[in-house]
Design a protein. Structure first.
Length: 153
């Protein structure tokens, strides 16, 4: 223990912290970064005031636990993806389009056009169990992959 008290310098903690932060690139847990930041903080504190190795280790452990807890408790929940990328179904259901192509021989498949582009496209493939013709209006009921399931309006 005496050897650790005399031979561990501030820059050891700094290098250890940088190694942990760089290790985060290889890991997917997003935890090693916080241990690395804690080690860098211990190195900076050691640069200001010399501590025994036991105190250094205790500070590092307490800081690591606090920073990881703080990250997952207070910071991470506010960074969740709040885009509408998962809302495509809700934006399509109930839309009304006009049949521009219909093939009754292939399970009622065809193409419809919306008055304005929806999700970046104004023409979509559809499947319809009702009898429809070109020019008829249909309403979107569901998805089947990239194909819309529609019914006659």
């Amino acid at each position: 223990m005496e050897w650790l008290n005399t031979n561990i310098a501030y820059w050891h903690w700094m290098i250890f912290g940088l190694c942990l932060a760089l290790a985060e690139v290889m890991l997917v847990s997003f935890v090693a970064l916080w241990f690395g930041i804690s080690a860098i903080i211990v190195g900076l504190l050691l640069l200001i005031y010399p501590f025994s190795f036991t105190v250094q280790l205790t500070i590092w452990i307490v800081l690591s636990i606090f920073i990881v807890f703080a990250w997952f408790k207070w910071v991470s929940p506010h960074l969740k993806n709040k885009t509408f990328s998962g809302m495509s179904r809700e934006s399509m259901i109930g839309q009304i389009g006009t049949v521009i192509e219909y093939n009754s021989l292939h399970e009622g498949r065809g193409t419809l056009r919306f008055p304005a582009p929806i999700l970046g496209n104004d023409e979509w493939q559809f499947i319809c169990t009702d009898i429809v013709g070109i020019g008829d209006r249909v309403i979107v009921r569901e998805f089947s992959g990239n194909t819309l399931i529609v019914s006659a309006k």
